[in-house]
Ligand binder design. Structure first.
Ligand code: G3P
Length: 225
């Protein structure tokens, strides 16, 4: 499973990219607002930090303007994935971009039927919003499973990018079902490494090591080499 980080915060992206865990980045208008940055400038910086796909979302809701905006965003860097909403205008823009050989991420997906349309429109990524479905009492993971089955039935190459991920269990369940990518907020990506038994075990090792009075020192290796 690939991990994308769902943020436009440059400091967070830089820090997490150093772990080797960041395969791409997703942004959206709300994340650009949160960053307080100009979309072109911040997206250019993100694309320079992360070689994988960087999703940048159009702002318009009509196909013609989406197409103009998407082409402008794609000109920022070769690793841009143009993000469009799952509407008929968005699907039309998706088909235009796909025919031009551009990567498209179709976002705001809440049903398997919508995901089928995105695949037929040539999307490189479909973004089902797991957490927002959970928020209204549905099971977002059921949607991931339905899309996996449909895409596998027909051999669609569109990648399932599990979005609106709220915690470790979402990542685990999406991986078990076979989502290709999870886009996760920085806090969730960091939390994947946490386990209370890891903390407890490490504290014990640190305490016991201190009692040995030893140091791991390369200068004591001797002159064999
Ligand atoms: O990239 C969009 C998606 O991940 C949004 O998540 O938490 O705002 O529902 P959230």
């Amino acid at each position: 499973m690939q991990f994308f980080v769902d943020t436009a915060d440059i400091a967070e992206i830089r820090d997490l990219a150093a772990t080797g865990m960041v395969d791409g980045v997703t942004t959206n208008p709300s994340l650009i607002l949160k960053s307080g940055r100009d979309i072109i400038e911040v997206t250019r910086e993100i694309c320079a930090l992360v070689p994988g796909p960087v999703s940048a979302e159009v702002a318009a809701t009509d196909a013609e303007t989406m197409i103009a905006e998407g082409r402008a965003l794609a000109a920022i860097a070769p690793n841009i994935a143009i993000k469009v909403p799952l509407t008929w205008d968005g699907l039309r823009a998706c088909r235009t971009f796909a025919d031009e050989g551009r990567m498209v991420n179709v976002t705001l997906c809440f049903s398997a039927a919508q995901a089928l349309l995105a695949a037929k429109a040539g999307a490189a990524f479909i973004s089902p919003f797991v957490g927002r479905l959970d928020d209204i009492g549905l099971d977002g993971m059921d949607l991931i499973a339905d899309i996996r089955q449909i895409y596998d039935n027909y051999g669609f190459p569109t990648k399932i990018l599990a979005a609106s991920i709220r915690g470790v269990n979402h990542v685990r369940d999406a991986a078990k079902i076979g989502a290709d990518v999870a886009t996760v907020p920085p806090s969730v990506l960091r939390s994947l490494a946490h386990h209370p038994l890891t903390d407890k075990g490490l504290a014990q090792f640190v305490a016991d090591w201190a009692k040995t009075g030893q140091k791991i020192d390369a200068s004591k290796l001797g002159g064999g080499a």
